[in-house]
Ligand binder design. Structure first.
Ligand code: ZN
Length: 504
């Protein structure tokens, strides 16, 4: 037993060092995206690559494999959900994934994607798809090659999906998305055939310092812990962490649009609540993070949409917002405001889309990714395929590639495959978790009217957050809600909320 304890201690020490290197790289990245002067870019890229390389080398060290082998019988003797059993189980999966990938492939991929990203930053404003086409062709080739390192997959996208949504498969996602699309398309049609909601009052002048102060007071009340976090400004808001005691968010301000800072702060705070809620016992281990991009996104969406765009939430916060901005909002009723922040429209850009149409943007990308990986869609035909699917789903054709196929960074700075499904899985799961929380605490919506979020936050912490990566997304969903992933609560949520707003 003493020998087992020593081995477990050695594994944990090694994994903590690897974690520290990763967190140091994250800190360098956070700094790059917030305060670093332009002149630091080249060295910073090198420094982050150095840290990642050392961390990777330490992780694929055969000693880690040997420790995992030696600890396997001990781990199997423990309950499945114990911290140690989970550590050995999850680290084994990470280790297998990491060691199957040749370092030369990783290096080739990084170099190629850096070049591709650079070309995309020029091609998008120039509306020049031809310029990135050869890069995208190479990315598709490398994405397919990536999957080949994990033989035995059911669909060629599965190993790519595993990177962000481990445990999900192209087939299961396709099935969920097809059901969702069938339900969603008629709802979108019914809403967009009615008058557009008026949100002109969100586009008046709102001074930066007041917007920041209000958004901060909101996320503090939701439960974001400023003793273990902070907010800084950036171009594209994100959440990052350096330890479970330091989970940061970033934001941007548009003085001529009230929705930007507020909802992006709540969104990123939702990601941060997840990370801040992870059990401290999992600190500095591979278990000390969110379990998948879908579950992570479910938390940003829960707080941003199910809470932050709800009537109950604004019953409490709207009088406070009006006090802060009497000239701009004094004459706008709560009802008009609520309708305005839930405006639904057919629009070109995914990141600006409302919560009803958003999923159609994601499903379009997911289906095109699968078609490209399957060899059914050539890169040269991608803009045409994008536009015709867009016309089919939204009834509009993008006027150019800039606001069509070139709009998202994902395929230009990362793999083709596995990049988008997490957003819609997140929407689906947000309602499923919320529903289960409400069954346990039926007063949740009434508490929101009083500005109280403790029951919801507490349920999410107990059932989702604290486990970190101990369980896969399908496992967490099953344990927390008592059922497999399902679109039913999400469709119910949309129908109830938008049925009232648009009398469907
Ligand atoms: Zn997010």
């Amino acid at each position: 037993m003493a020998e087992i304890e020593d081995k477990l201690a050695e594994l944990k020490t090694r994994l903590a060092e690897i974690n520290d290197l990763g967190m140091a790289a994250s800190l360098l990245s956070w700094d790059q995206l917030t305060y670093m002067p332009q002149g630091g870019a080249e060295a910073r890229g090198r420094q982050m690559a150095t840290l990642s390389k050392i961390a990777q080398e330490k992780f694929i060290d055969p000693i880690i494999g040997k420790l995992l082998d030696d600890l396997a019988p001990y781990a199997e003797s423990l309950p499945y959900d114990s911290d140690d059993a989970s550590l050995v189980r999850v680290t084994r999966i990470d280790y297998e994934n990491a060691t199957k990938l040749p370092p030369e492939f990783v290096a080739e991929m990084y170099t190629h994607l850096a070049a591709s990203y650079q070309v995309w930053t020029e091609a998008r404003p120039a509306n020049d798809f031809a310029k990135v086409q050869p890069y995208l062709e190479k990315t598709l080739e490398l994405s397919r090659k990536y999957s080949e390192y994990y033989p035995g997959y059911e669909h060629i996208a599965d190993p790519l999906i595993d990177m962000s949504d481990y445990g999900m498969k192209a087939s299961s996602i396709r099935k969920l998305f097809a059901e969702l699309r069938d339900q969603l398309v008629p709802i979108v049609k019914a809403i967009t055939s009615q008058d557009l909601a008026d949100d002109s009052f969100l586009h008046l002048h709102f001074p930066e310092n007041q917007q920041m102060a209000f958004a901060e007071s909101v996320i503090r009340q939701l439960g974001y812990d400023f003793n273990r976090g902070r907010i800084d400004k950036t171009h594209h808001p994100f959440m990052t962490k350096f330890s479970l005691g330091d989970v940061r968010i970033t934001t941007r301000v548009k003085e001529d649009y009230l929705g930007e800072t507020l909802f992006s702060n709540i969104h990123e705070a939702g990601h941060a609540l997840y990370e801040q809620g992870i059990d401290m016992a999992l600190e500095a281990s591979p278990l000390g993070g969110g379990t998948s991009s879908g579950v992570h996104e479910s938390q940003s969406r829960t707080w941003e949409n199910l809470v932050g765009r709800s009537e109950e939430f604004w019953e409490f916060f709207y009088p406070r917002l009006q006090t802060e901005f009497p000239a701009q909002l004094g004459g706008v009723t709560l009802e008009r405001f609520h309708r305005g922040i839930n405006k639904v429209e057919r629009s070109l850009i995914r990141t600006d889309a409302d919560e009803v149409t958003y999923n159609l943007h994601v499903m379009l990308r997911f289906d095109l990714e699968l078609a490209m990986l399957e060899g059914k869609l050539a890169i040269r035909d991608l803009p045409e395929a994008w536009n015709s699917r867009f016309q089919q789903d939204f009834g509009i054709t993008p006027p150019d590639n800039r606001d069509g196929v070139l709009q998202d960074v994902h395929w230009f700075g990362g793999f083709i495959g596995g990049a988008f499904q997490g957003y819609t899985l997140g929407n689906i799961l947000s309602a499923q978790f919320f529903d289960a929380a409400q069954r346990a605490h039926p007063a949740i919506r009434n508490e929101m009217r009083q500005g109280q979020f403790g029951s919801l936050h507490g349920w999410l912490k107990d059932n989702v957050y604290r486990h970190g990566r101990k369980f896969t997304a399908p496992e967490v969903v099953e344990r927390a809600t008592g059922a497999p992933m399902s679109i039913t609560p999400y469709i119910q949520y949309l129908k109830t909320k938008y049925g009232k707003l648009y009398s469907l």
